[in-house]
Design a protein around this ligand. Structure first.
Ligand code: TXA
Ligand code: MG
Length: 326
């Protein structure tokens, strides 16, 4: 569990029981947690994030055995996915149980449920014994935190306890699959791919239109840094950077290779050329470049193909610019 002690888990548990907020690590990103059965506590999440009240939050559970307590109906497909992928980076949207608070579901008839795969999250959830409502622990519209210090810098004052479990293994938010309709549908791509879900369910799984295409026009912009992000074809990266520098503008670059000799002075981060390793590093790198207060972050487009779907989705959202979303 890295730096987290049993005393810290106990302090976090006490805070949850008092209706306060606790930030905790998961394998995807850090969550901003509250007792999912305490309306005032869940409202504190929205206040801390500056998030609109009609956005639903995911309920985190210690194990799949609690599914029936939180879902009004658990279809066979949900049991199969839970068996295969939980604990893990998959959120299922299911019909809500009657007691689930409107503030959790955004007033919808469904609830998002997930069992995270992280020893600290598991320790907290098992000690708590119930559901912990937790969106990502960032201000509304900003990049999700993948380290405890990101949470401290952005939300420190609003949180009673921050459990530091080190850097998140996956680094991108969970895959969200909606099982409440006639056909399973991916609402947010993540580490677990549509194909993996199709293999388990044996039926086609639909993808959101924006992750099938490269056109960013209609996307809600979220996961956005403050600095404008521009996606650039890999082959045009140097030319684009030089064009900005020629105008006396300050730029940073995120690529999958090192800078050429004449651009050594530019803040240039070479991320791994592997989609999983890239996803792990993406948010921390965006945060770091954002903090440099350059005028633009140029990001080399990543390859087409399923392995890069989740990364492509987050980059496209970051490049959309508008500071809105989750
Ligand atoms: O990896 C993750 O999922 C992280 C960690 C902390 O578990 N959590 C996370 O939460 O990313 P958040 O709130 O930042 O994103 C949750 C997404 C939102 O886009 C929300 O709209 C969607 O899940 N969601 C939650 N409940 C839903 C529901 N009942 N129907 C449709 N979408 C839902
Ligand atoms: Mg979020």
């Amino acid at each position: 569990m890295q730096q987290v002690t049993p005393e810290q888990i106990a302090a976090a548990l006490a805070a949850l029981r008092r209706g306060e907020l606790v930030a905790f690590p998961t394998e995807t990103v850090y969550g901003l947690g509250a007792d999912a059965s305490n309306e005032a506590a869940v409202r504190r999440i929205f206040a801390a994030k500056g998030r609109p009240a009609d956005h639903p939050v995911i309920v985190h559970l210690p194990h799949a055995g609690l599914l029936e307590q939180w879902a009004g109906h658990v279809p066979e497909a949900a049991w199969r996915l839970a068996e295969r992928f939980w604990p893990g980076p998959l959120t299922m949207i299911l019909p809500r149980a009657a007691h689930v608070l409107d503030v959790v579901t955004g007033g919808q008839s469904t609830v998002g449920l997930r069992v995270p795969d992280h020893p600290v999250a598991q320790a907290l959830l098992h000690a708590f014994g119930g559901g912990i409502a937790a969106p990502s622990a960032n201000r509304f519209g900003r990049v999700s935190p993948t380290r405890a210090e990101h949470v401290r810098a952005e939300l420190g004052d609003a949180v009673a306890v921050i459990l530091d479990g080190g850097p998140c293994r996956v680094g991108l938010e969970s895959t969200i699959v909606d099982l409440s309709g006639p056909q399973p549908a991916i609402l947010r791509p993540g580490h677990i791919s549509a194909r993996q879900i199709e293999e388990v369910l044996g039926v086609p799984v639909s993808m959101p239109a924006h992750s099938r295409t490269r056109a960013p026009g209609t996307l809600p912009g979220h996961y956005a840094p403050v600095t404008a992000v521009e996606l650039v074809a890999d082959a045009d990266l140097e030319a684009r950077a030089r064009a900005w520098l020629d105008q006396g503008r300050r730029v940073a670059v995120m690529a999958r290779r090192p800078p050429p000799a004449d651009l050594q002075h530019v803040p240039w981060r070479a991320l791994p050329d592997d989609p999983v390793a890239y996803g792990h590093a993406l948010y921390a790198t965006l945060r770091e470049l954002d903090s440099l207060r350059v005028e633009r972050i140029l990001v080399a487009r990543v390859p087409e193909g399923e392995a890069w779907t989740a990364v492509r989705d987050r980059l496209t959202r970051a490049a959309h610019g508008a500071a809105q979303g989750v």
